[in-house]
Design a protein around this ligand. Structure first.
Ligand SMILES: [Fe+2]
Length: 173
């Protein structure tokens, strides 16, 4: 039995979790779609959750063999866990079961092995900025809260038609 103070604390913690929805949610794999990352049929992103209040994004990326994700700068801290395959960057190789802990301010260029890779990532920011990706034309793709909210609302067909991720993948030769 909780005393009244503990009960209030419990309610507060739950009310602030998941954007103010006082509920535990369960998502099945099929509840969230795989969005094309750049429409090449090899690379996909599944946005599991966008929590506006906690400034937290949960997503899974699925990369084809030898894919290279563009260099990007983190405003959000990220935790990434390899579910399948293998990938690497300057800091090391990440086979299944490995964790990448990426603080705000760090930059990365993930390179995927010939096995491909499936990676779970949780990004948590102090504000609405999450990741910035410099593009070849000199502009910068701002992956902020609005960007992820927009992607979260799309079907794969809409994401494909809009090229909504703005990401152009490369393939390692
Ligand atoms: Fe990163």
């Amino acid at each position: 039995m909780l005393d009244s103070k503990s009960e209030r604390r419990f309610r507060f913690d739950n009310a602030t979790y998941q954007g103010g929805n006082v509920m535990t949610r369960v998502l099945k794999d099929e509840d969230r779609p795989w969005l094309p990352l750049d429409g090449d049929g090899e690379n996909f992103m599944k946005i599991v959750s966008v929590d506006e209040q906690q400034k937290q994004i949960v997503l899974i990326v699925k990369f084809g063999p030898n894919a290279v994700y563009p260099q990007h700068l983190h405003h959000a801290g990220a935790v990434a866990y390899t579910l399948e395959g293998e990938w690497e960057y300057e800091e090391g190789v990440l086979p299944v079961g490995s964790w990448a802990l990426e603080p705000p301010g760090t930059e990365h260029t993930p390179i995927v092995s010939s096995k491909g890779a499936k990676i779970l990532a949780v990004l948590t920011s102090a504000d609405d900025r999450f990741v910035e990706v410099p593009l070849p034309d000199g502009s910068v793709l701002k992956q902020d809260l609005e960007y992820f909210k927009h992607l979260f609302s799309l079907t794969p067909e809409e994401a494909q038609a809009q090229h909504a991720t703005g990401i152009k993948m490369e393939t390692r030769q």
